[in-house]
Ligand binder design. Structure first.
Ligand code: PHE
Length: 359
């Protein structure tokens, strides 16, 4: 608004008979215009209106040209003084106003709420599998174990025969395993299939930990899936006994569940590749009296294990009269489900972002 006003003002080139009168008007205009200034832009507009090439001062100067010399001597210095006054006043104003404007901007920025209207960001994290597996691997690395891998497409020898599972064993039936078109090949049903591979050509001590996917042809429900993850642990040396197995199991379970007073108990179990075969349960990490996680028993089934069957050592090229060892296996999802309270195993490979986002 102010700009339009001053533009109009500069256009008033009224035929001023009297320079003195004109000067008087401009001095008054100057006072009004400067009073009205509110912003840096206003200062600039007033400067142009008064001191610009076509401004009031220029106009007065033009009029001065036609005056007799003695009047020039009177009005010339007055006009110049007016110009200097205007410039000084405008400079001072510009300084204060720009300081105020900066302070105002800063205050606005200070109150700027960085959390308002924040777009939901999709943040990548490691998959829950990776986290649990890395935690387990770190525990076993700290105990001196190697981490090894094995193929998911495996031959029947490594998955069954080398593990003392003979041809007539029910686990070998077509309905239980995914056989591949290639004869004698299947998707491994257990990570125990790495045992023979890890023994061949090696002299004990041997100690490895081997996580990986396994496949079983079965109907899925909340606790069963056709694809899941297991980990196998194995140690072979001279004089390895059940007490070594139990100490190892207790130590790593305490670390994984972050509970130093976690205890274990042992029940007999049957696996063709161990003798004796043991099921190891952990005391419930969440209660002392029984809760829904441990189904009110205070114990949770976690590991299949035992001392390695002499036939398995022989198949691996290791003399069972000199060496002995233990092996144990666990379901990775089961450990994660207990640790994090997950109620459906199928969520793990569902790719559901709102499930995965929680870890
Ligand atoms: N492979 C067995 C299973 O899948 C677990 C196991 C591993 C048992 C090693 C004994 C020794 O159930």
């Amino acid at each position: 608004m102010l700009k339009a006003y001053y533009n109009a003002l500069t256009k008033i080139k009224s035929p001023m008979k009297n320079l003195a009168q004109h000067l008087e008007t401009i001095v008054q205009e100057k006072t009004t215009a400067i009073k009205a200034i509110q912003s840096c832009q206003d200062v600039e507009n007033v400067r142009i209106a008064f001191c610009g090439r076509k401004g009031h001062i220029a106009h007065l100067m033009e009029q001065l040209k036609d005056l007799p010399i003695d009047e020039k001597k009177i009005y010339g210095p007055r006009i110049n003084q007016l110009k200097t006054d205007i410039q000084q006043e405008l400079d001072a104003l510009l300084h204060t106003i720009s300081q105020e404007e900066i302070a105002k901007k800063n205050a606005q920025q200070k109150n700027f709420d960085v959390t308002a209207y924040r777009l939901k960001e999709l943040k990548g994290t490691t998959h829950i599998y990776t986290q649990i597996i890395e935690d387990l691997e770190n525990v076993f690395i700290s105990m001196g174990y190697d981490i090894i891998d094995g193929p998911e497409a495996e031959n029947e020898y490594n998955n069954f025969e080398a593990l003392n599972i003979p041809a007539h064993h029910p686990a070998r039936e077509e309905e239980d395993s995914f056989y591949l078109k290639m004869p004698g090949m299947l998707l491994r049903t257990q990570t125990s299939s790495v045992q023979a591979r890890a023994m061949k050509g090696k002299t004990p001590p041997i100690a490895f930990f081997s996580p990986g996917r396994v496949y079983r042809k079965e109907a899925t429900d909340q606790t069963h899936d056709f694809l899941f993850t297991q980990a196998e642990g194995l140690l072979i040396n001279k004089d390895v006994s059940v007490s070594n197995l139990l100490a190892t199991a207790r130590t790593f379970l305490q670390k994984i569940f972050e509970k130093d007073d976690l205890n274990i108990r042992v029940r007999p179990g049957y696996f063709p590749f161990v003798e004796p075969g043991l099921e190891i349960d952990a005391s419930c990490p969440f209660c002392t009296q029984g809760c829904s996680v441990c189904k009110r028993t205070g114990w949770i089934e976690l590991l299949g294990s035992g001392l390695i069957h002499p036939n398995v050592l022989k198949e691996g090229g290791i003399d069972p009269t000199i060496y002995s060892g233990f092996a144990f296996g666990m379901g990775i999802e089961r450990i994660a489900m207990i640790k994090y309270g997950i109620n459906d195993i199928r969520l793990f490979h569902s790719s559901k972002i709102n499930f995965l986002d929680q870890f």
